[in-house]
Write a protein that binds this ligand. Structure first.
Ligand code: FRU
Length: 484
């Protein structure tokens, strides 16, 4: 009887009830992926922040756990991260039973109300039972602040090159990098960003990690920085920088602004510490501060993106961060229809009626020519995806996709993205729908688009059109098993 409400995702993580925002403390330890998250247990709008907790062994199926962190006299518990202190460098556990450490932002409401600037500091909590129960560190805050109004979202990680703990946080319009030997005392080493990237809003939720460039031995560091507002299609978005990091500061030759996702609903995304085989697993909050509080769900609000594996490649001489659903997602799929080749003559269309469209994955390959995809239903809702080959533009039109009037910016505009890195290759589409979301991975996630949708009735029909002679190859309609 659970999780059957209208719009409830069936294979994305969402809280049992009430408000959720950012993923926090993503950490893998002893076969378990921990997911903590910004949570307000009293309402379906944002409020005094706690850390909720869930675990998974495959990044697909999730188990809800007891609340991990509660607000205290130092403030609400904002976003942050977690590590296993395996060598007990902090001394908060023992060698035999090392502590799990969470470092997060305290937001002091009293200070905010009285107009003080130092409302945000960084605090630490530890767990000696693998994340089940938590104690706040007695000498909190561990990083104080007298300068910045916005000073938050610490990401801590072990830097194997420099053999030191690193921490990156955001301070208004820049990222700051810190080092420590014991996770308790931190030294500011460097800053990045005042003259780089997008600055249409405050920087939030940074992440920093190293990736190998596909097919080479070369390694580069990736810095993720969420920004709100200032995303290309309005409101919240995640930009990224590719460069170098020496344990103290980040440098890059990158000139243009790059985005992890070109849809409207992937925010505050960060990656797992210590995932097996060096996999870089990403989770984002599938919403946008423009309308997060207004979406038409009843007893809970919002979900996470599918867990995605990140990789780096070089396309047209340019570094590109790619993302694709994690491998175990494939196990959820059942093929209901497939066909090797479908020709669509100029000006024609092909219609697929598929009753499970609202909980499905559609995959196919098309020529790099004009292509329009229309998702529709009995209520005549229309979600339109349009690719213009000449202009190299991809558009998402959700203006008539269902319920859109709950907030002005949701259904106002067509969302437009330039796609130069697709080059002359064919187009590979992987499209995943889950009752109130669509995730589109174009050419193995060279471009990714995530958007929320609230159709009046489930989508049941896909129409593929083209104004040129198109050829669709290896099309698959697959239903996705629910996880609850
Ligand atoms: C991002 C964010 C963070 C902050 C948290 C508060 O969505 O604004 O910067 O820590 O949400 O819930």
């Amino acid at each position: 009887q659970y999780y059957k409400e209208p719009f409830r995702p069936q294979f994305h993580f969402s809280p049992e009830k009430k408000w959720m925002n950012d993923p926090n403390g993503l950490l893998y330890y002893k076969g378990i992926y921990h997911l903590f998250y910004q949570y307000y247990p009293e309402d379906i709008v944002w409020g005094p922040m706690h850390w909720g907790h869930a675990t998974s062994t495959d990044l697909i199926h999730w188990q809800h756990k007891k609340m991990a962190l509660f607000p205290d006299h130092l403030g609400y518990i904002f976003s942050g991260s977690a590590v296993m202190d395996v060598n007990n460098t902090s001394g908060l556990g023992t060698k035999e039973n090392p502590p799990m450490i969470a470092i997060f932002t305290y937001h002091n409401m009293e200070f905010e109300k009285s107009g003080k600037i130092n409302t945000q500091t960084q605090g630490l909590a530890y767990s000696l039972d693998e994340g089940t129960t938590w104690k706040k560190y007695e000498a909190n805050p561990i990083i104080n602040n007298t300068t910045f109004r916005d000073f938050r979202d610490p990401k801590v990680f072990w830097n194997e090159d420099a053999k030191i703990w690193n921490l990156v946080l955001v301070a208004g319009d820049r990222a700051q990098f810190y080092t420590s030997n014991n996770l308790l005392h931190w030294k500011l080493e460097g800053e990045f960003g005042q003259n780089n990237g997008a600055h249409g809003g405050v920087w939030e939720c940074p992440d920093l990690f190293k990736l190998k460039i596909d097919g080479t031995q070369e390694e580069k560091w990736v810095l993720l920085v969420s920004i709100n507002p200032g995303a290309p299609n309005g409101g919240s978005g995640i930009q990224y920088f590719i460069g170098d990091f020496d344990g103290k500061t980040f440098t890059t030759a990158q000139k243009e602004i790059k985005w992890v996702d070109y849809g409207t609903d992937n925010y505050a995304g960060v990656t797992y510490n210590d995932a097996p085989k060096n996999e870089r697993v990403f989770l984002g909050w599938m919403s946008n501060w423009n309308y997060a509080r207004n979406t038409p769900t009843t007893n809970w609000r919002s979900a996470m993106t599918l867990a995605r594996t990140l990789s780096l490649s070089t396309i047209n001489g340019d570094y590109v961060l790619q993302s694709k659903p994690v491998e175990p997602f494939k196990k959820q799929l059942t093929t209901d229809y497939s066909k090797e080749k479908i020709e669509i003559e100029k000006g024609n269309e092909k219609t697929f009626v598929y009753s499970k469209l609202n909980q499905s994955q559609i995959q196919f390959n098309a020529k790099n020519k004009n292509l329009k995809l229309i998702f529709t239903n009995e209520a005549n809702d229309l979600l339109v995806l349009n690719y213009d080959a000449k202009k190299q533009i991809f558009e998402i039109d959700r203006r008539h996709s269902g319920k859109v009037n709950f907030e002005k910016s949701f259904g106002e505009k067509i969302h437009t993205t330039l796609t130069p890195n697709l080059g002359s290759k064919s187009l590979d589409f992987q499209i995943i729908l889950d009752w109130s979301s669509i995730e589109i991975f174009l050419n193995q996630g060279v471009y990714t688009f995530t958007e929320q949708l609230f159709p009046n009735q489930p989508y049941t029909k896909l129409i593929i059109q083209s104004s040129e002679n198109q050829e669709i190859k290896n099309i698959y309609f697959q239903s996705v098993k629910g996880i609850w």
